[in-house]
Design a protein around this ligand. Structure first.
Ligand code: ZN
Ligand code: MN
Length: 497
């Protein structure tokens, strides 16, 4: 392939907090209650003059926690800045964001590259915290737009990667892993379809053309031919509302840049294009403002954020990393490694790691003595999920281990365990389900046992009563403990006569 692809992502994540970023209004962006427009607003988030913002500490902690999970450096001091621009859905005329002192920077995330199946390091440039804007609603056919300010001032975390992603597939994988991490941390529901996780992508392609230089060939030091790399302009793609859309849009753009490569390199300005989902294409959109247009300056109404400062500072917002670290759960990658040690297969590991509810349930049953792969099989192959109470599942696995019931029996009573909420023990007791009680089936098994054990049979017939127990045992073994003992005894005696 003569082309190399370079992709960087910019991801916005709506934080799960009770209140908005700088006021006491309810943060409804995470749960869809209270959808009635302009009902979750106050003078602060509507930008009335004379109001003062108060920073939401929980949102700061959640941002730093995400930074830690992404192996970032956390500075000892941070601050908020004003970023100026005017949109009708940003009535303050500026957005409180972070400019040169984000809460986290220079991290990395290891992603298994779908191409090489090797682990690839994706650098994290920064993680910062800002406030979201409201929403514009354009009623169909109307000559006006409506504005809903419920989302104004809700906490929004921005994550920017380094341009380390070299394929659309890897971009999708990275995003999925990032979503998993923020869900593990419980900092966001991160549902892309609902706009809780929004992703813009920058893509450019490079062509390496090798130039054979006759002079260098005579030079023993460098035998390599000189190569010149030509880069396309950087294209920013917006409006991708699902993981699939991110991958499709990037593939489309990668292909388009390759085809138009020679035309594109004339104008090296960064361009913005929108993904049109229905048509499966990207189209040019309005030009993005340059960073200098935003006239950033430090937000004068919010004190600096001081992280892990030994001496108390009355003028700063004090944050202690230990409080955040204590709250951090096991992360997806650590869980994968732990499951690998339990002997789970790759497919099982991925499906458990991707479902937090499943893996918590799995962990509890395994902790109580369930055999890992078997517990997984029951949860997934038997489509049990987490429907059976943990204590009932633990008890059922004990019955399995002790041989009181077989897999077959357990499987047969699972639907009733779910429906009635009763335990395996109760159901087996009630129904005598654990035994094979069909006389015809048992007779066939007993016939086999008699045939295979001529010596004990003749001993028994010769008056050696103890061998009868041995023969019953053989029947039990063949039926994996499911034979009804009373019936077995009766039939065996009859047939030995
Ligand atoms: Zn408010
Ligand atoms: Mn942003």
């Amino acid at each position: 392939m003569p082309f190399k692809t370079t992709i960087g992502l910019e991801i916005h994540v709506q934080l799960k907090t009770k209140s908005k970023m700088f006021c006491g209004c309810s943060n409804m962006s995470e749960n869809e209650n209270g959808k009635e427009p302009n009902t979750r607003v106050c003078p602060v988030c509507m930008g009335f003059p004379g109001t003062l913002p108060v920073a939401n500490i929980e949102a700061i902690k959640k941002t730093i926690m995400t930074g830690l999970a992404l192996n970032c450096e956390i500075p000892n001091e941070s601050k908020f800045d004003r970023k100026h621009y005017f949109y009708p859905d940003l009535p303050k005329n500026f957005q409180i964001s972070q400019y040169d002192e984000p809460f986290a920077r220079l991290g990395e995330l290891q992603i298994l590259d779908p191409d090489s199946s090797k682990s690839k390091k994706i650098g994290i440039n920064r993680v910062h915290l800002e406030e979201d804007a409201g929403k514009l609603v354009h009623p169909e056919g109307a000559e006006y737009s409506l504005v809903d300010m419920n989302r104004c001032g809700t906490p929004l975390m921005e994550i920017v990667t380094e341009p380390d992603i070299d394929s659309p597939e890897l971009a999708k994988k990275f995003l999925k892993e990032l979503r998993l991490i923020v869900r593990y941390l419980d900092v966001s529901n991160a549902d892309m379809e609902r706009g809780q996780l929004r992703c813009d992508a920058n893509i450019s392609i490079q062509r390496k053309s090798e130039i054979r230089n006759p002079k260098s060939e005579t030079n023993s030091k460098s035998k390599k031919p000189n190569s010149k790399t030509v880069t396309s302009p950087i294209i920013e793609i917006k409006n991708m509302n699902s993981f699939r859309a991110v991958e499709r849009a990037l593939k489309y753009e990668e292909e388009r840049l390759r085809e138009d490569f020679d035309d594109e390199i004339g104008d090296m300005n960064k361009k913005t294009r929108a993904w049109i989902e229905k048509q499966g294409v990207t189209k040019p959109m309005r030009v993005k403002e340059e960073a200098s247009d935003y006239r950033y300056f430090p937000e004068p109404d919010i004190p600096p954020v001081l992280i892990d400062k030994k001496i108390k500072d009355e003028h700063g917002i004090m944050i202690h990393l230990i409080d955040i670290k204590r709250r951090m759960p096991e992360l997806p990658q650590a869980k994968r490694e732990r499951y690998k040690l339990l002997g789970l297969k790759e497919k099982a590991i991925e499906s458990l790691v991707n479902k937090i509810g499943y893996s918590n349930y799995f962990d509890e049953v395994v902790e109580a003595g369930g055999e890992p792969q078997k517990v997984y099989d029951y949860m997934v192959n038997e489509k049990l999920g987490t429907k059976i109470k943990i204590k009932h599942m633990v008890e059922a696995f004990k019955l399995l281990n002790s041989g009181e019931i077989s897999n077959k029996i357990l499987k047969s009573i699972l639907p009733e365990m779910i429906e009635s909420g009763k335990s395996a023990k109760e159901l087996i007791g009630e129904k005598g389900l654990k035994q094979v009680s069909n006389a015809e089936d048992l007779k066939n098994i007993i016939k086999e046992v008699i045939k295979e054990n001529p010596k004990p049979v003749s001993d028994y017939k010769g008056g050696k009563e103890q061998t009868f127990g041995f023969l019953v045992g053989q029947v039990m073994q063949k039926t994996k403990g499911q034979a009804n003992p009373a019936l077995t005894n009766k039939l065996l005696r009859d047939m030995l006569k």
